[in-house]
Ligand binder design. Structure first.
Ligand SMILES: *Cc1c(COP(=O)(O)O)cnc(C)c1O
Length: 356
């Protein structure tokens, strides 16, 4: 039998050639500005999906220090990371109790389930109930109780902290927003909850009517631009960097990368960077559509981006050495446009290999 040498378990791993620096001041400032933009309501924080890929363990303490008190994750498995920095009563799980095990976990920890259907209400009450949140569907048709179920007598047995609904198109100016708002205003007079919450990041900019008692921004906290009018108030939070692991001199005619999609027309210098599509640096930025940055200078991608590596043109970066760090260009709006992906996907694709 082959066993791992015991030493491996306590020898410190060397640093990764990928690092993601969180600008904690910018993160805190984004929460504050969203909290202020939420008017009389308080801003919480959606920290699901490991805080949109940025790392919930680092994000939650910063936002807690800034004053955030309401946390949202999607899965029960995401609870422990948040609980290391926040009281259980301040945390709600958006998917709600899907099984009796979820109910037992919620009751044992004191974390609030967001109940999304009469089935979940029954499961919660059968398990003993307690303080919970309720999600009502006002038109997204994803999770949430249909309006038609709001008269159900079962609901009277609930101890509801916050009643939620979720906007489908808050990033657009479409009539659907007002329709959902009007429906939620009716929910508010029917459902006995202490607080009401409707707006995500984009919804915060739709106006005071959308704020109610609590807002649930996610994307904008992390530097995403949910609506154009937020661009001026939201700061960049994540600074991904990748190390150069080799420099090479190319001769005219040399071909670069998988399928040889780039051929050097003159002598040039190429830098091989430890960043690939497995790290969220998308293959669609191959062939000069993307660039990495050295001291403000753009180094265009040469040939195909591969799983673990990207090759860039370093001909004009005379002082570059192996081991130097390149910045990954960061403009979520431009990256979303050029990739065809959403800013949400781009953040959550960042990958596990960055030292955070
Ligand atoms: C993810 C999520 C949010 C946060 O949305 P952003 O668009 O990232 O601000 C808010 N509410 C619910 C129910 C969510 O699932």
């Amino acid at each position: 039998m082959v066993t791992m040498p015991e030493t491996v378990s306590f020898v410190e791993l060397p640093p990764s050639p990928l690092r993601l620096t969180l600008d904690t001041h910018a993160l805190a400032a984004n929460w504050r500005v969203l909290n202020a933009a939420s008017g009389a309501a308080r801003a919480g924080a959606a920290v699901k999906a490991d805080a949109y890929g940025l790392g919930a363990a680092a994000v939650v303490p910063v936002l807690a220090e800034a004053g955030c008190r309401d946390w949202f994750v999607a899965h029960w498995q995401e609870v422990p990371t948040v609980l290391a920095h926040a009281p259980p009563a301040d945390l709600a799980v958006l998917h709600g109790p899907l099984t009796d095990a979820d109910v037992a976990f919620a009751r044992a920890t004191g974390v609030r389930p967001v109940l999304n259907s009469l089935d979940q209400v029954r499961r919660w009450l059968a398990g003993g109930g307690g303080r919970c949140d309720l999600m009502v569907d006002t038109g997204i048709n994803r999770l949430g109780l249909p309006l038609a179920d709001l008269g159900d007598p079962l609901l009277r047995g609930l101890d509801i902290d916050c009643c939620h609904s979720h906007l489908a198109s808050a990033d657009e100016d479409v009539p659907q927003n007002a329709v959902q708002l009007a429906r939620f205003a009716e929910v508010r007079v029917t459902v006995p909850a202490r607080r009401f919450a409707l707006a995500n990041s984009a919804g915060i900019s739709l106006g005071a009517d959308y704020h109610f008692d609590l807002t649930r921004p996610g994307l904008a906290l992390y530097g995403g631009i949910a609506r154009p009018e937020q661009a001026a108030m939201i700061r960049q939070v994540a600074r991904p960097q990748a190390a150069i692991i080799q420099l090479r001199e190319l001769q005219p005619g040399d071909r670069v990368g998988y399928n040889a999609t780039f051929t050097a027309s003159a002598a040039m210098r190429a830098a091989i960077v430890a960043l690939g599509y497995a790290d969220g640096y998308l293959r669609c930025w191959s062939g000069g559509k993307g660039a990495l940055i050295w001291k403000g200078q753009q180094l265009p991608v040469l040939g195909r981006i591969s799983m673990d590596m990207t090759i860039v043109d370093a001909s004009n970066a005379y002082d570059l050495k192996e081991g130097d760090w390149l910045d990954v260009a960061y403009d979520p709006v431009a990256a979303a446009r050029s990739s065809g992906l959403s800013q949400y996907e781009l953040f959550t694709l960042l990958g596990r290999r960055f030292d955070r």
